[in-house]
Design a protein around this ligand. Structure first.
Ligand SMILES: *Cc1c(COP(=O)(O)O)cnc(C)c1O
Length: 232
């Protein structure tokens, strides 16, 4: 079952890459394992996956501790400022820097711990109230703030598109993200690199890849539906 699911996801990624003349190797698959047990992560580890994503700090810490050291962990959930210290000690890629306040706290804690932290800025392009992330109109002020950071280093952008029946409805959002990704990159701003564009989930990753995603975050298509009742 795991092998077949992974085969299908990889095939879809390849197909989308070919469609727009991109290389399969340029897209990183992040298996979003939130709420799922260690044993399932091991199945995908044994099939070659090394990038896993979690949205709760404690859950990420627990899983990281009991799994292999060569896994790259991605923190993809909303990060509360009181959990910053804890996640910083884990050496993971934070996809979800979503407020100036959070930038301030990460910078301060990273400075105190004398470490360097890589992270992505999360944008809420559709301005959905149920979601976190900067609005497009915040772009200039956010860039200005992070350009002054010494310990927090921005490596790219992330977005969570709305849940839609037809993934093509999210194409404009992904295209907007790619446009700002390229714009920022061309500006060569201190401390801001545009290496990673994290967008696309089970429902819409093929469209996201066509529009330039370099990381896709896939949960349901690999692990099946999440069972929140048994896994709070
Ligand atoms: C849960 C989650 C995903 C995976 O969603 P699926 O639809 O199950 O693929 C991706 N990104 C973020 C930020 C998530 O919280």
């Amino acid at each position: 079952m795991f092998r077949e699911r992974l085969f299908e996801v990889n095939n879809n990624i390849k197909f989308s890459c070919e469609k727009v003349g991109r290389k399969f190797e340029d897209v990183t698959l992040i298996a979003v394992s939130k709420t799922k047990p260690i044993e399932m992560i091991e199945e995908y580890y044994n099939l070659g996956l090394r990038n896993f994503g979690e949205n709760k700090v404690q859950e990420l810490c627990d899983k990281k501790k009991s799994l292999y050291d060569d896994i790259k962990w991605h923190f993809i959930g909303h990060l509360q400022t009181n959990k910053v210290k804890k996640i910083l000690s884990q050496n993971v890629l934070i996809h979800s820097v979503d407020s100036i306040k959070l930038i301030d706290v990460i910078e301060e804690e990273a400075h105190k711990m004398n470490i360097h932290v890589n992270a992505l800025l999360e944008f809420n392009i559709a301005e959905e109230e149920s979601k976190y992330g900067f609005y497009l109109k915040d772009l200039d002020s956010v860039i200005e703030r992070v350009s002054l950071c010494k310990n927090l280093h921005i490596e790219g952008l992330m977005t969570i598109a709305p849940f839609v029946d037809d993934p093509n409805d999210n194409r404009d959002i992904f295209r907007t993200m790619n446009n700002i990704f390229v714009d920022i990159s061309n500006k060569n701003i201190d401390n801001i690199k545009m290496n990673i564009l994290s967008m696309g989930m089970s429902n819409d990753y093929q469209v996201a890849i066509e529009e330039g995603a370099t990381m896709v975050r896939i949960g349901t298509d690999l692990f099946g539906e999440r069972d929140y009742l048994n896994n709070k």
